[in-house]
Design a protein around this ligand. Sequence first.
Ligand code: ZN
Length: 333
Amino acid sequence: MASIRLHPRLFPLASLASFALSVAIALPAGAQTAPSRQVPGVYHQLIGELHVTALFDGVVPLARAELSGIDEAGKQALLSSRHVPEGPQGLQTAVNAYLIQRGDVLTLVDAGTARCFGPGLGHVLENLRHAGYSPEQVDQVLITHAHPDHLCGLLDAQGREAFPNATVWLARADADYWLDPATETRADTPAMFRPLFKMARDAVAPYRAAGRLRLFAQDERLPAGVSGLDSRGHTPGHTSFLFDAGAGQSLLVWGDIVHYHAVQFARPDASFEADLDRGQAIASRRALMARTADGGWWLAGAHLPFPGLGHVRRDDDAFAWVPAEFSPLPGER
Ligand SMILES: [Zn+2]
């Protein structure tokens, strides 16, 4: 073990002696091995009467080249100033889901990738258990849109319903597009999207067979205390969910409004390649950022750095992301 030098003014002798003693007790004899696993991907946040738990699914690389609508110099300046981890495949991008408890009712927003994006992701279910919940307790799953990183996690490792008592809510406009085999083969369907259709159909199939897939129109009422905000653009029926937390507080779980957090808050007009309707996606992004900032709402973002909880503030004519601070829960010692 390396020797530790401590500043004498910060560590008087008495406390230094007890510090040395505690180190000696804590470490076993022999070589110290470094931890090889990260802590569980779970984070709790109390918001009004809601107990919100962020559930980490994993990270996916997004290429710089898939970000358009911004000149190269501007893109590079924003990315290098934010120090986003980057590998050969692209920029590290988190995949998060959110479990919201109100009283005895458990609502999951999005379900992660399960097996659809390979072995590095698909951890929502195990992290839900790490958080002290069981999947059988989940009453409803609200899906922001029918992409695999949001709904493949409706199935467990055996391909069965991961949430056997839950009703799944999906916007009818997304179901019309992603669950219809005819769309898959349509001439105007981009080639990059073709593998996604079967994933979407498979993920909802057991819920649909059991009569627990609810397709909603944009103006339809959702489960108690939740409003669906039309945020189409990334997909035709993309919906963000606004939770009334009581006491004047609100939480917006916005789905895929932002994929490149280092760029798109400062430049909401920059688009992700996979946005089906880029103009509409830009309009939805600007509108939701403005409402979130002006309303002082809490925000949860599927692709913001885990836990992806925080606020949005206005910054000149654009916006900035304000991550939440790690906080103990009330009563915790
Ligand atoms: Zn996504």
